[in-house]
Design a protein around this ligand. Structure first.
Ligand SMILES: [Cu+2]
Length: 123
């Protein structure tokens, strides 16, 4: 009887993913600092990424790429206060005027890797 109940619940979850716990949903980027396409009058000192769902901080990677010479800086996010943060932030290197792309790659709690790029300009 109990096993039949679990089967019914399991099928229900398969047919209606909306019933799955929110913590297992696949994340996406909600906003960032700098914002995508921002043209900044002063070089930003830090970056921050805000996600819709918690991420696996340990498997997440951030890379800054300069537009002029493709120089790359792997970025280290600050140690998050919780194991599965919804936001990460960290210091940026000293940036001269120019174009940059911040590439991010994070893993949702459902195991799916999400990636994106945030182009911005320092004037
Ligand atoms: Cu997913």
């Amino acid at each position: 009887m109990a096993s039949r109940l679990w089967t019914v619940l399991g099928v229900g979850l398969l047919l209606n993913p909306g019933l799955a716990p929110p913590a297992l949903a696949h994340t996406h980027l909600v906003r960032s600092e700098p914002a995508a396409q921002a043209a900044l009058a002063a070089p930003p000192r830090r970056f921050a990424l805000y996600f819709a769902q918690p991420i696996e901080g340990a498997f997440s990677r951030y890379l800054l790429i300069a537009g002029q010479d493709s120089r790359q800086w792997p970025l280290a996010a600050d140690q998050p206060a919780v194991r599965h943060p919804v936001a990460v932030s960290g210091p940026l290197p000293e940036l001269k005027p120019g174009r940059y792309v911040l590439r991010w790659s994070v893993v949702s709690l459902d195991g799916h890797r999400q990636e994106g790029r945030i182009p911005f300009t320092v004037r």
